[in-house]
Design a protein around this ligand. Structure first.
Ligand code: NAD
Length: 520
């Protein structure tokens, strides 16, 4: 049985079932250094058993139909709101993020998502009647339907245990699939709490299960399920895709980013500075769509840098307090991330960058914190401009004009999201279209994620496929095309035997149908 302390005890006991023969994983609060729980490290054999149980449970869940499943999803929506204090406490305890980061980006997203998919699943997955222009199949009924794939495996990261791990399970469930979630070994407790929630809300046994464990548990899941939804680093994403290729298992990959923000000379500098500060530092800078690098047009560079530096200097670190209003920037969730952040800052300084504020691990605090940091005099020879830092750092580069900013924004292996600040929104939109990224905001950043109707997914090394919108649920289905003739004569033109007459008739038909195109 999972051994846990405090409020997590209940969550793990419900879903933890029998002890794993593989060992246990300790869960640490990064803001305090305390071990708050231990969870089983599930073996590949245990994963196989879980998938078998999921397969047995899935047909009953599918048979409930959209309305039956929506009832469970809408109960869960209310559960999230009613139990938000407990969920926030769990998230804060395993991530060390601020109360506000858990409330806005996780509670709000989770609650909205349940309502959205309950309402939209029947619309996005309704049978479609298709019309054809082909004379050869005229008069036939053509239907496109979406059938659940069966069992979906979701593998998640540690930065948003509810939104980026559990969040992707909601449309998979709404589509009629059973789901096995493999949360990050760093932050498994929120997923266990979500399992407890679904059970209380009437989700049938084994339709949703949590396979706690490390990378090996995730790897074991890949060969067993019918679809893999992976969110994590580009490095692991490549391994997941290679493993999935062995069984031709379809994958959707939401990977790393190095999101640029561009500030043009005509921007509202106060709004742009507030946004740059917030969107680079919220969730401790550990957001896949964090502002990771900033390009500012020369005429406003000095004023903008002064504004941002003063705002970043005023930020408070939360020190793990599970209360609103006590901190702005949370802990570094994943221990090795601290070394990456520090290495990027040191590499930049060694190559000529200047630290205007921050620049080192926070001292005199219990947990793992990095000081909110502003870097200037940076360029693309530095890791802080080219590799994902995933921490509270903001490197700012001066550019001559918008063209240079766009060129530098696109000089990246990543293409997740980007933002452009200008009072000329038509120009902002024109620049957005030139940036190689799956999502671009004008005078905003990150907020597109809240528009569940709008697909979100990375270009280049940032991913494959999308979440949200119609594609965000259709990916969890197998499309099936059905054709039924309305009139079925005993013989069609193409049926055997072949003959000269039949070929002549077909030739004339093809010529009439397709031979009248314009010629140059
Ligand atoms: P990670 O790649 O280290 O781990 C992600 C998950 O994969 C974890 O659950 C881990 O246990 C599992 N895993 C590790 N090896 C595996 C293997 N061989 N097979 C199967 N699963 C395996 O990522 P992380 O450090 O947890 O998360 C941070 C990264 O996630 C950042 O790069 C961030 O940008 C990215 N991210 C992307 C999005 C997005 O929507 N694009 C959202 C959040 C985070």
């Amino acid at each position: 049985m999972a051994k846990v302390k405090g409020d997590q005890a209940k969550a793990s006991a419900v879903n933890g079932s029998a002890a794993s023969d593989h060992g246990e994983i300790a869960v640490e609060n990064p803001a305090t250094g305390e071990i708050v729980a231990t969870v089983p490290d599930r073996t590949p054999a245990e994963v196989i058993e879980m998938v078998a149980r999921a397969r047995a449970a899935q047909p009953g869940w599918e048979a409930l139909g959209f309305d039956g499943r929506a009832r469970v999803l809408l109960r869960a929506q209310k559960w999230i709101v009613d139990n938000s204090a407990r969920i926030i406490e769990t998230i804060v305890s395993e991530t060390g993020k601020t109360y506000e980061d858990a409330q806005l980006a996780e509670i709000s997203y989770g609650a909205a998502s349940f309502g959205f998919w309950a309402k939209m699943a029947p619309k996005y997955l309704a049978d479609e009647k298709v019309k054809t222009s082909s004379l050869f199949v005229k008069g036939r009924k053509l239907i496109l339907r979406y059938a659940p794939v069966g069992v979906v495996g979701v593998i998640g990261p540690w930065n948003f245990p509810l939104t980026n791990s559990f969040g992707d399970c909601i449309p998979a469930l709404a589509a009629g699939n059973a789901v096995i979630l493999k949360p990050s070994e760093i932050t498994p407790l929120t997923s266990l709490l979500m399992a407890e929630m679904l059970t209380e809300c009437g989700c049938p046994k084994d339709v949703f299960q949590v396979a706690t464990g490390a990378g090996a548990t995730g790897a074991a899941l890949i060969g067993q399920v019918d679809f893999i939804m992976f969110t994590g680093s580009t490095r692991t994403g490549k391994k997941v895709m290679a493993k999935a290729a062995e069984t031709l298992t379809p994958v959707s990959l939401e990977l790393g980013g190095k999101d640029p923000m561009i500030v043009l000379a005509d921007a509202d500098l106060e709004r742009a500075a507030n946004a740059a500060t917030y969107y680079s530092m919220n969730n401790g800078g550990q957001v896949c769509i964090s502002v990771e690098r900033l390009y500012v047009e020369a005429p406003v560079y000095d004023e903008f840098v002064a504004k941002v530096t003063s705002k970043v200097r005023g930020l408070r670190q939360s020190e793990g307090a599970n209360r609103p209003g006590v901190g702005d920037v949370g802990a570094v969730i994943f221990p090795p991330q601290l070394d990456t952040i520090d290495a990027h800052v040191k590499d930049a300084v060694a190559k000529g960058a200047r630290v205007l504020t921050g620049g080192k691990q926070a001292e005199g605090v219990r947990g793992r914190f990095y000081e909110p940091t502003v870097l200037v005099d940076v360029d693309h020879s530095m890791d802080c401009m080219m590799e994902e830092t995933f921490g509270p750092t903001l490197p700012i580069m001066k550019v001559a004009d918008a063209d240079e900013a766009v060129r530098l924004a696109n000089d990246s292996p990543y293409g997740l999201a980007a933002s452009v600040y200008t009072k000329d929104t038509a120009r902002g939109e024109e620049i957005a279209r030139r940036i190689e990224a799956g999502a671009v905001c004008v005078n905003d950043a990150q907020l597109n994620y809240a528009a569940l109707e709008l697909p979100m997914g990375g270009w280049k090394a940032s991913g494959l496929g999308t979440r949200h919108g119609a594609g965000g649920i259709r990916k969890y289905t197998a499309s099936q095309s059905i054709m039924v003739p309305r009139i079925a004569p005993r013989k069609d033109l193409q049926h055997f035997p072949n003959s000269v007459r039949k070929s002549k008739t077909l030739g004339k038909l093809i010529s009439v149908l397709y031979g009248r195109g314009k010629r140059d």
